[in-house]
Design a protein around this ligand. Structure first.
Ligand code: G3P
Ligand code: CA
Length: 340
């Protein structure tokens, strides 16, 4: 090889190095892209916890859809954040109170199915260019219907849509029904795209015990801003922690917080990314992605997915590292041969 060819190869490798030096490092626990979790569906655009909202969230790029779960009077799991129906539905006009309250647990599924879910916050009753495929897209969905939608969208889009159910009450019957429903739909392994979440570590411990008895290993996430010292304890039960990004002081989610959780082997899925302005949202996502956050609960899945895609475009492919190392090995070998 001539000296010019050595120089050309060295220059090419130098350019490759320069490119890598500018590259973003992925700081997530397992080196995977951070997850975009559709918080209550596409709740920034459509009524929360509706089939319409979940379907739109998938179309906007969500990796997981998040149903919060409540139990009806006759024991069905329904997707609903509040323990009461009156903030998000027209229950007052259609059914009125039960035992002087609007508790979900006071109504049968057949009654709840008569209700329409209303938009809250920045949500609207429709989204430009989107027609939900379900005829009952603005009714309160059952957990079964949410999973069926995720599986139908997986088949349609060719990418597995994950589900991220939250046990909103501490109730053994709810624990049993979450597990039996997941099992009926074919979920049971840690590799399945499912996380079970709760604000109650006791509930998650109970679910873990039940999973062990059933031979199930679905991943679990504890919601809350634990102090760093207890991450190791939490990691004995669950696979991840879901802190509020609004916490301050000792509860603030920082780079050090995420690093400490990772050291304990915990994923970090923060909530709630609710910034509607695209530019401001991008800055916010970038900050937490840069710190290695593994997943984001967001009301605006499109903004989360865009930030995730920008991040991943800046991360070098493993193949480019291999190419660079291969080139260096080749150059070293040629140089040794020439010296000999
Ligand atoms: O589950 C994560 C996040 O959704 C917790 O907040 O109150 O919206 O269920 P919340
Ligand atoms: Ca939730």
């Amino acid at each position: 090889m001539t000296v010019y060819k050595y120089q050309a190869l060295a220059l090419a490798l130098a350019a490759c190095f320069a490119q890598q030096a500018d590259a973003t490092t992925l700081n997530t626990l397992n080196g995977q892209a951070p997850l975009v979790i559709a918080h209550r569906g596409a709740s920034g655009y459509l009524p929360e916890h509706t089939l319409a909202g979940y379907e739109l969230a998938v179309k906007l790029g969500a990796d997981y859809i998040e149903p919060d779960l409540q139990l009806t009077k006759d024991g069905f799991l329904v997707a609903m954040h509040d323990t009461t129906l009156n903030r998000t539905t027209n229950v007052a006009a259609v059914l009125g109170k039960r035992n002087n309250s609007y508790n979900v647990s006071g109504y049968t599924l057949a009654e709840i199915k008569q209700l329409t879910v209303l938009p809250t916050g920045t949500g609207q009753t429709s989204y430009p260019g989107f027609t939900p495929s379900s005829p009952n897209a603005m009714r309160v969905p059952t957990f079964d219907e949410v999973i069926a939608l995720a599986q139908a969208q997986s088949a349609l889009t060719g990418r597995t849509v994950g589900i991220y159910p939250e046990a909103k009450i501490s109730d053994p019957m709810m624990e049993d029904k979450i597990l039996s429903t997941l099992a009926a739909f074919g979920y049971g392994k840690s590799s399945d795209k499912v996380f079970i979440q709760s604000f109650s570590l006791d509930t998650l411990k109970s679910i873990r015990d039940k999973q062990n008895l059933l031979g199930m290993t679905i991943q679990e996430v504890f919601l809350g801003n634990s102090a760093a010292g207890s991450f190791a304890d939490i990691a004995k039960t669950v696979n991840g922690i879901g802190p509020s990004i609004s916490g301050g002081g000792a509860n603030a989610v920082t780079a050090a917080y995420i690093q400490a959780a990772h050291t304990a082997g915990l994923l970090v899925h923060g909530y709630t990314f609710a910034q509607p302005d695209p530019a401001l949202a991008a800055v916010q996502f970038d900050k937490y992605f840069g710190w290695g956050m593994d997943g984001v609960f967001t009301n605006y899945s499109d903004l989360g997915a865009t930030a995730r895609d920008v991040l991943m475009a800046a991360v070098p492919e493993p193949s480019s590292y291999a190419l660079m190392l291969g080139g260096l090995a080749l150059l070293g070998g040629l140089a040794r041969k020439r010296r000999a």
